[in-house]
Design a protein around this ligand. Structure first.
Ligand SMILES: NC(=O)c1ccc[n+]([C@@H]2O[C@H](COP(=O)([O-])OP(=O)(O)OC[C@H]3O[C@@H](n4cnc5c(N)ncnc54)[C@H](O)[C@@H]3O)[C@@H](O)[C@H]2O)c1
Length: 354
């Protein structure tokens, strides 16, 4: 297999593939030569270069994995398909616009190549426990799922939506509605409104409430700013929720219970990689982080942006592609975002984001 982009996440992926008995890292690629040399030496990989197509052409991998920043997506999908790979493993978010997301979905569907998107938090023991409680029926009839994160949209929202969908049995979505504020992150490499808050109405009647960015509520139980995320489900008999950096808790008819757990790349990556091998071995063992599932979450995120930019409710599935960040750039007021916690001041500045 090959890994393209050997930054923070690329090295997590490369190390996990290398540690698996099912894969061998046979090629590495990065446009940053110092980073590439260091990664190749650390992992003992001889085939390396700055051009993903060239590296992949000489390796002919089974798995083409790319962990570049989100401005590089559709081209990498094409490079992966051309390399003859049977599975493409990519980082979230799927794309920065629904136009590019549509293109990627169609390209993959036409190729028949399998793809997975790295929403690996779900392997955390605390995430698994909340899913188990929800699926057991102990919460009664689920009516609400929710997710909050202080980190900004292109970093965090696809994670929140993925796990909310998971807790809600992957039900389809009928419509969404949202508001957004703050322009300073529009120019970020993960371009986003500083704050977006919205509602997601699922076809099974469950309602989703999501908040991401500067105005999202604190998670006082968690110190690490990036892991101040709360994702849960409420039903007629109780609730269960996971805190990305701080365990889980539930209240059911039988009383209250809670447990530990904190997001860990070391613990989450091995099962994520193993399930790629399982899916390659057996078409029926579809990877839980498969592209089709992640795409539904991506579409919800883009619909929330459209609602924030244009007002009103937006129905899903989206019928055509658009550039949602451009729509937000044209519509967000020139007003500094207001913060929910002082710790967010270091991340959200006053800027036009143009
Ligand atoms: N799943 C998670 O938990 C999680 C956590 C953090 C980041 N991410 C995502 O992972 C992705 C990468 O983030 P990161 O923090 O590792 O970034 P990073 O900046 O550390 O690494 C990205 C690497 O890609 C390289 N690169 C860029 N363009 C390239 C190209 N055309 N060809 C080859 N290499 C190229 C860069 O030189 C850099 O080394 C982002 O999409 C981010 O949202 C996911």
């Amino acid at each position: 297999m090959v890994v393209v982009g050997v930054g923070k996440r690329g090295m997590h992926h490369a190390a996990a593939f290398q540690a698996s008995s099912r894969f061998e890292v046979a090629g590495l690629c990065d446009i940053d030569s110092a980073r590439l040399e260091a990664a190749a030496a650390q992992l003992g990989v001889a085939v390396k270069g700055a051009d993903a197509r060239q590296v992949a052409a000489s390796v002919r991998p089974d798995v083409f994995c790319f962990c570049t920043l989100p401005n590089v997506r559709a081209g990498m999908i094409r490079a992966g398909i051309e390399s003859g790979a049977r599975l493409i493993a990519m980082e979230k978010p799927i794309a920065l616009t629904s136009a590019e997301g549509f293109e990627i979905r169609e390209t993959l569907a036409a190729s028949g190549v399998k793809a997975v998107v790295s929403h690996q938090h779900r392997y955390g023991a605390h995430y698994q426990k909340v899913k188990e409680v929800v699926a057991s029926g102990a919460l009664g009839r689920i009516h609400t799922v929710y997710g909050t994160a202080t980190g900004w949209m292109m970093h965090m929202l696809s994670h929140l939506i993925e796990y909310m969908r998971w807790f809600n049995g992957e039900a389809d979505v009928e419509w969404v509605m949202a508001q957004a504020a703050g322009r300073s992150k529009l120019a970020d490499v993960h371009p986003s409104p500083d704050y977006i808050a919205g509602f997601i109405h699922f076809a099974n009647g469950v309602h989703g409430v999501v908040e991401c960015g500067a105005g999202a509520p604190d998670v006082p139980e968690v110190d690490y700013w990036w892991r101040k995320c709360r994702i849960g489900a409420q039903g007629t008999d109780g609730f269960a929720e996971v805190l990305t950096g701080g365990g889980w808790r539930a209240v059911t008819k039988d009383g209250a219970c809670s447990g530990g757990g904190a997001m860990s790349y070391d613990l989450d990556m091995p099962p994520y990689v193993q399930q790629m091998a399982d899916w390659l071995d057996d078409d029926r063992q579809v990877h839980p982080c498969c592209f089709d599932s992640a795409y539904k979450g991506f579409e919800i995120m883009m619909a929330l942006c459209r609602s924030a930019a244009g007002g009103g409710q937006v129905t899903l599935p989206l019928a055509s592609g658009a550039d949602e960040i451009e729509l937000l750039r044209a519509s967000l007021p020139e007003q500094r975002v207001m913060l929910s916690i002082p710790a967010s001041a270091k991340e959200y500045s006053w800027g036009s984001g143009s």
